[in-house]
Write a protein that binds this ligand. Structure first.
Ligand SMILES: C[S@@+](CC[C@H](N)C(=O)[O-])C[C@H]1O[C@@H](n2cnc3c(N)ncnc32)[C@H](O)[C@@H]1O
Length: 482
C-alpha cells in the first residue's frame, strides 16, 4: 500500500478507505475538466471474440491478421505486435499448443484473461517482467472479490472455469480456490476496453483504476487510448475529493441502475442521484424514462399507477389509461421485438428495418417521448440506415435521439458528444453544412473534455470541423455573390 501511495503521489492522488465503500481514490490537488487524472496499461487483457471476427492480441486491430502457427488460438496483425507480446505469449503458447482442437474452443476471452494474469504473475516472480509500484500482482491480490456474497450457481461456474485454467497452465502450487476467487475479482473489477467511439474491443484488468468507486453522477470518465485506460475529469474536481466514474449505463431510472449495480458489483449505490430514490422527482424521472405516455395527443404528461391499481393516470391532464390497453400494446411490442431478433440473425436488412419501424411506431403509442426504450429502437434504426448508407433516414433518427441524450446524460458525456458527431457527419454528407458546423462544434466541446485534445480521434474531429467551417463560409460567400 505504501509503495502504491508513492506511485500515486506523482499523479496528485491518494488511496483512502471508507466504511461503506472500501478503498477509494482521492485527489491531493485540483483537477480541471478534461485533465487526465490517471493512466494505466492493462495488467492483463484479452480481445473480444465478436462473431467470426478476430482481433490482434496486442493492438486489438482487425486487419492483416495471422494466426499464431503454434497454438492456433491467438492472432497478430504483424511481427511488431507479436514481438511485443512474446514474453507473455511464449508460455501461453506452450500451454495452448498442448490442447486438442475441442478444448481450444473452450478457451473464451475470460479464460484467456485469467491465463494471462497467472503467466504475468509467474514472469514477475521470475523477474522476467519487472514488478513496479503501479504494476504488480500484489495490487491484484488487494482487489475486492465479494466471494462470500456470490450465489451457489456462480460459484460452481467459477470453480469449473478455474479447473480449466489449471488444466491448461499446469503450474506447480497453483491454487484452484484462488483462481475461482480471481474470476470473481474480474467480474467486479475488469473493464471493457473500447475504441474512441465506445465500440467494445476487449477486456482488461487495471488494478489501480479498479480502486475508483462508482457514482451515477460521476466527476470523471474512463476512456481508452489503444489498450491503455485513461481517467479524465469531466468537471472541476477540488483537492481532497473522491474520484468517481460510472460502472454502468447511467441513462436508466434509479431502480434500473441499482439493479444493475447490485447484480454485477454487489453493492447498493448511495450516490447523490440514488439517495433521491422514492422522492417525487425521482418517481417522475422513472415514469418518464421507463413508463407510458398520455393518450391525450399533444399532452406531455407522465403516468403513474392510480390508487386502486386499475390503470395509469396522467399527472398533467388527469386522463386515465387502462391497464388492459397498456398490456395489449406492450405485448405487441414484445412479439414484434422477438421477431426482430430472428430477422437480425438472418441478416435480412430490409425486413429487419421494417420490423424495427413497427416497434418504433408501437413504442410511440406506448412510451413517453423521452423513453429509453424508444431511444434505443431509434438508435438501432439509425445504425441500420448508416449501414445502408441511407444518410437521410439515418439523420432523421439521429435527430430524434438527441433530445433524449441531452436529457439523460450530463453535459460532458462521451455518448452525447459522439451522438452530436454522428449528427454533424450526416448533416455534412447531406450538404447541410451550416447545421453540420453547429453539431460538430457541440461534439468538439464535449469530446475534447472526455477524450482529451491530443488523441488522433479528437485531432481528426477538429480537422473535420475546420473543413466544414471553411465549406460553410465558402457557401455563404457564393450566395452573397449571386
Ligand atoms: C472496482 S471496485 C472499487 C474499489 C473498492 N472499493 C475496493 O475496495 O477495492 C468495485 C467495488 O467497490 C465497491 N463500490 C464501488 N462503488 C461503490 C459505491 N458507490 N458505494 C458502495 N460501494 C461501492 C463495491 O464493493 C464494488 O463491488
Amino acid at each position: 500500500m505504501e509503495e502504491l501511495q508513492s506511485g500515486l503521489n506523482d499523479w496528485g492522488l491518494f488511496v483512502s478507505t471508507l466504511p461503506d465503500k472500501g478503498r477509494c481514490l482521492f485527489t491531493t490537488r485540483d483537477f480541471h475538466p478534461g485533465e487526465a487524472i490517471l493512466r494505466e496499461k492493462p495488467y492483463a487483457s484479452a480481445p473480444n471474440k465478436s462473431g467470426v471476427e478476430s482481433r490482434c492480441d496486442r493492438c486489438f486491430g482487425t486487419s492483416n491478421l495471422k494466426k499464431c502457427s503454434a497454438c492456433q488460438v491467438v492472432w497478430y496483425c504483424g511481427s511488431s505486435c507479436q514481438k511485443e507480446e512474446w514474453k507473455l505469449h511464449r508460455l501461453e503458447c506452450d500451454a495452448l499448443s498442448k490442447l486438442d482442437k475441442e478444448r481450444r474452443k473452450s478457451v473464451t476471452p475470460s479464460i484467456r484473461l485469467m491465463l494471462r494474469l497467472y503467466i504475468r504473475m509467474r514472469l514477475e516472480t521470475q523477474r522476467v517482467i519487472p514488478a513496479t509500484t503501479m504494476e504488480n500482482y500484489k495490487l491484484v491480490e488487494a482487489l475486492v472479490s465479494h466471494m462470500t456474497e456470490i450465489d451457489e450457481k456462480q460459484l460452481v461456474l467459477y470453480a469449473q472455469m478455474a479447473n480449466l485454467v489449471n488444466l491448461i497452465l499446469q503450474m506447480p502450487n497453483i491454487n484452484i480456490k484462488e483462481i475461482a476467487e480471481n474470476f470473481s475479482k474480474l467480474a467486479c473489477n475488469a473493464h471493457t476496453i473500447c475504441d474512441s467511439e465506445l465500440r467494445p474491443l476487449g477486456t482488461g484488468l487495471f488494478p489501480v483504476i479498479s480502486i475508483i468507486n462508482h457514482s451515477c453522477l460521476p466527476n470523471s470518465v474512463l476512456v481508452f487510448e489503444g489498450r491503455s485506460a485513461v481517467v479524465r475529469a469531466v468537471q472541476h474536481i477540488p483537492k481532497n475529493s473522491e474520484v468517481l466514474i460510472s460502472y454502468i449505463e447511467t441513462a436508466g431510472s434509479t431502480m434500473t441502475r441499482q439493479k444493475a449495480l447490485k447484480e454485477q458489483y454487489l453493492f447498493t449505490c448511495k450516490c447523490l442521484r440514488c439517495i433521491k430514490v422514492g422522492q417525487p422527482e425521482d418517481i417522475k424521472e422513472g415514469a418518464i424514462l421507463e413508463g407510458y405516455c398520455c393518450k391525450n395527443i399533444g399532452c406531455d404528461g407522465f403516468l403513474l399507477r392510480d390508487s386502486d391499481d386499475k390503470g395509469f393516470i396522467c399527472q398533467l391532464c388527469g386522463l386515465v389509461r387502462s391497464k388492459e390497453e397498456i398490456k395489449e400494446v406492450a405485448s405487441e411490442v414484445k412479439s414484434v421485438s422477438d421477431k426482430a431478433l430472428t430477422s437480425t440473425s438472418s441478416q435480412n436488412y430490409q425486413e429487419t428495418i421494417s420490423t424495427y419501424k413497427t416497434i418504433e411506431k408501437l413504442q410511440r403509442k406506448l412510451c413517453h417521448r423521452f423513453s429509453i426504450n424508444l431511444m434505443q429502437t431509434r438508435e438501432k434504426l439509425l445504425k441500420m440506415f448508416m449501414e445502408l448508407q441511407d444518410w437521410c433516414e439515418a439523420l432523421s433518427y439521429c435527430r430524434l435521439t438527441i433530445p433524449v441524450y441531452e436529457r439523460v446524460y450530463p453535459k460532458f458525456h462521451p455518448l452525447l458528444g459522439l451522438q452530436y458527431y454522428t449528427c454533424g457527419k450526416l448533416e455534412w454528407l447531406l450538404g447541410d453544412t451550416e447545421n453540420a458546423v453547429k453539431s460538430l462544434t457541440k461534439a468538439v466541446d464535449i469530446l475534447q473534455i472526455t477524450h482529451g485534445t491530443n488523441t488522433p480521434f479528437v485531432k481528426e474531429l477538429l480537422m473535420k470541423l475546420d473543413e466544414a467551417r471553411a465549406e460553410a463560409s465558402y457557401k455563404l460567400s457564393s450566395k452573397e455573390d449571386e
